[in-house]
Ligand binder design. Structure first.
Ligand code: SF4
Ligand code: SF4
Length: 289
């Protein structure tokens, strides 16, 4: 089981962040503007298990335009309907369209990827991190000893130590809710279905169809991220539909499981130790002789 996050329909309402905090009783960690965007929660951390990034770009919107009628090919039905809601002028609206230039806002709700080959799980010495019956990766906080080995091991920078208690915390994909047959809180709260929860094969099929449709509508930059079971982490249990390169969203373009080379390292260390031992034994025997 896993998540498909379709960033092309995210409206940045942050309901997923709030629902995650409420359900998991995660402490408040301040509202901090970076000065670089309107985002007020900076990034994933021990106290932010879902994070909605706001990325501003000086680029044309293409058919994502919301200022006019949506094209028929995109399922639009003509001019916008007045719902009687209070309105206001968009910033720069008085200066005329030519003066405003092109601008788009990418929004994306990030989370632990629940990797198929999870380095965090590989390096945990206490067994605090474990793979659940749903294929997800969960931390048992009562067993975590706070050694922090998992923090640098995660190729996505997801898992984090809470400063006041020294233990690590991250998304559990609402393990407790799954046990009761409920979907994760973030997916339940998302008003646009940007976050979808379900069987991974089914989600991948749905995601491929969505990319195809966006391409037909002229949004050729749409692509999937983390859906490939042959990638460096064996495919992620949380994958994304992005509208630009992964780096734009702060995601590594080619993540690899950081423990990939451990067997080789141990093999070489073993060979080196045996060689040293053989050398010492030979010296000792020669001296005795
Ligand atoms: S994203 Fe990081 S914390 Fe999440 S399962 Fe993968 S390695 Fe572990
Ligand atoms: S709840 Fe859905 S639409 Fe709102 S910010 Fe989260 S992913 Fe985006």
């Amino acid at each position: 089981m896993g998540f498909f996050t379709d960033t092309s329909v995210c409206i940045g309402c942050k309901a997923c962040e709030v629902a995650c905090k409420e359900w998991n009783m995660i402490p408040e960690d301040g509202l901090n503007f970076t000065g670089m965007s309107y985002d007020n929660s900076e990034g994933l951390s021990a106290d932010t298990w879902r994070h909605v990034a706001f990325i501003e770009q000086r680029l044309p919107l293409g058919e994502q335009e919301t200022s006019g009628a949506r094209p028929a090919s995109a399922g639009g039905g003509g001019a916008p309907v007045d719902l009687g809601m209070p309105s206001f002028d968009l910033p720069g609206a008085q200066t005329g369209e030519a003066e405003r230039g092109d601008f788009r806002w990418l929004m994306s709700s990030d989370v632990c990827k629940h990797c198929t080959h999870a380095a965090c799980l590989d390096v945990c010495p206490t067994g605090s991190l474990f793979r659940t019956e749903y294929g997800t990766v969960v931390v048992q906080e009562d067993i975590c000893n706070g050694c922090g080995y998992c923090v640098p091991a995660c190729p996505y920078g997801v898992i984090d130590k809470r400063e006041d208690d020294g233990r690590v915390w991250k998304c559990t994909l609402c393990y407790d809710r799954l046990g009761d047959g409920l979907e994760p809180a973030c997916a339940k709260a998302c008003p646009t279905d940007s976050i979808q929860f379900g069987d991974l094969d089914e989600l991948r099929e749905r995601a491929a169809g969505r990319v195809e449709r966006l391409h037909e509508e002229g949004i050729t930059s749409a692509r999937l991220y983390g859906d490939d079971p042959d990638d460096g982490v064996g495919g992620a249990g949380a994958f994304f539909l992005l509208l630009d390169e992964p780096e734009v969203y702060g995601l590594p373009p080619d993540p690899v499981v950081t423990t990939r080379d451990l067997p080789d390292i141990w093999k070489h260390a073993g060979v080196a130790a045996l060689t040293l031992l053989a050398g010492l034994t030979a010296t000792f025997v020669r001296r005795r002789g």
